[in-house]
Ligand binder design. Structure first.
Ligand SMILES: *Cc1c(COP(=O)(O)O)cnc(C)c1O
Length: 390
């Protein structure tokens, strides 16, 4: 656990992205935070040390990352983990047997798996609902409900959850409201401002942005939650190594710059996709035709580079996914390089078929993560893949 410093709350987003949480190395003046690749720290005497005892508990590189991301989300405390799912695992450890969670139905496949296949074994129960309607969320509440969990925009259907409405509901019922902000990033959306208690990230994606590490983060401004999460982080030990923290920290420095380009490319590619005959439907919240475009424009400052498309047939989806050259066929998202994926067989294969069907996640759906390349090249690449697929 690391608390932000007053200086981390000053300045604009891009400035904080570069500087927050970091100070020149006190020994050498090194401008970049060193990678403190150590498991332990020498002590001057019994009980006398510099605040660092053992690296599961404290590591200066990790602390710099924790302060940096907390600052970007407008939070007071940050906690880094070895993966996004390790961050979710520690979040669910806030619960006890008998507790109930209302979760969005359209969440990352691995998040659903962790909840349904592991936490149900310990007596925690889950109800998955389409959170586009606040009524559905309210109806799913039971006397045992302790937490509301969602992603927005959702993966891969690009549905929106009204953060302010869910925030109000959670507050009225005294529930923890947790938002996975991996898709939007704090550059476009800051859930704490809408009443979320806890924000989760897979830093593997946009925060790192270079597809060269796996990591997770939690941030909060609540002292009570921070104290408990700090205890869990150390007691359960799902912490990242210093090298991965350093890579994520290098990534966040350019977050503002990258997100502007992901957003610009996303808008251009999404618009072009709406004009293509082979594309039956484009899911992108930045399009005025998206059913929740107004809500997206209200709670987000941009829409990013994630687009899903319905291609109408499994065969065509396969040909397109295998036919692009600039877009690489791969799991994951949010890197500078464009990726194409097939959620039904890749990221969401662990979601039961009936649930996939209910949310419109068909076998002919393809997901695009638009990188920061020249948009003309992205369009030309999709164009040649579409031509070869018909
Ligand atoms: C990838 C992802 C996760 C899981 O993160 P890992 O770093 O892979 O453990 C959680 N939520 C979303 C939205 C993701 O895209």
């Amino acid at each position: 656990m690391t608390k932000t410093l007053p200086a981390d709350r000053e300045h604009g987003f891009a400035t904080r992205a570069v500087h927050a949480g970091q100070r020149p190395d006190p020994v050498t003046g090194a401008v970049m935070t060193p990678i403190y690749q150590t498991s332990t720290y020498v002590q001057e005497g019994l009980g006398r040390h510099k605040g660092y005892e053992y690296a599961r508990t404290q590591n200066p590189t990790r602390e710099a990352l924790e302060r940096n991301v907390a600052s970007l989300e407008g939070a007071s405390y940050g906690f880094a983990f070895g993966s996004g799912l390790a961050a979710l695992d520690s979040t669910l450890k806030l619960l006890r047997a008998g507790d109930h969670v209302v979760s969005g139905d359209n969440i990352y496949g691995g998040s659903h798996r962790l909840m349904e296949r592991i936490y149900t074994q310990y007596g925690v129960s889950f109800t998955f609902v389409d959170m586009r309607g606040i009524d559905a969320v309210e109806r799913a509440l039971t006397p045992a409900t302790r937490m509301i969990y969602c992603e927005t925009p959702t993966n891969p259907m690009m549905n929106l959850v009204d953060l302010a409405a869910v925030g109000d509901l959670a507050q009225a019922h005294g529930l923890l409201f947790v938002v996975d902000n991996t898709f939007a990033t704090p550059f476009f959306q800051q859930p704490l401002a809408f009443g979320a208690d806890l924000v989760l990230h897979s830093t593997t994606k946009y925060l790192n942005g270079h597809s060269d590490m796996v990591g997770g983060m939690l941030v909060t401004s609540r002292d009570d939650l921070a104290e408990r999460l700090g205890f869990i982080q150390n007691a359960a030990g799902g912490v990242p190594g210093p090298m991965d923290c350093w890579l994520a920290l290098r990534g966040t420095k350019t977050l503002a710059l990258r997100m502007r380009q992901h957003d610009a490319n996303g808008r251009i590619v999404a618009q072009w996709l709406t004009e293509q005959k082979v594309v039956h439907r484009v899911y992108y919240p930045g399009l005025p035709s998206h059913p929740q475009h107004d809500l997206a424009a209200r709670q987000m400052r941009g829409f990013g580079g994630m687009i899903s498309i319905e291609l109408g047939s499994v065969d065509r989806a396969r040909k397109v996914a295998e036919g692009t050259r600039v877009f690489s066929l791969a799991e994951s998202l949010g890197g500078v390089e464009s990726l194409i994926g097939h959620p039904a067989s890749m990221t969401h294969a662990s979601v039961p078929l009936a649930m996939r069907q209910e949310m419109g996640l068909t076998d002919s759906l393809v997901r695009l993560s638009c990188g920061i390349e020249d948009p003309d090249d992205l369009i030309a690449d999709l164009d040649q893949a579409f031509r070869a697929a018909v």
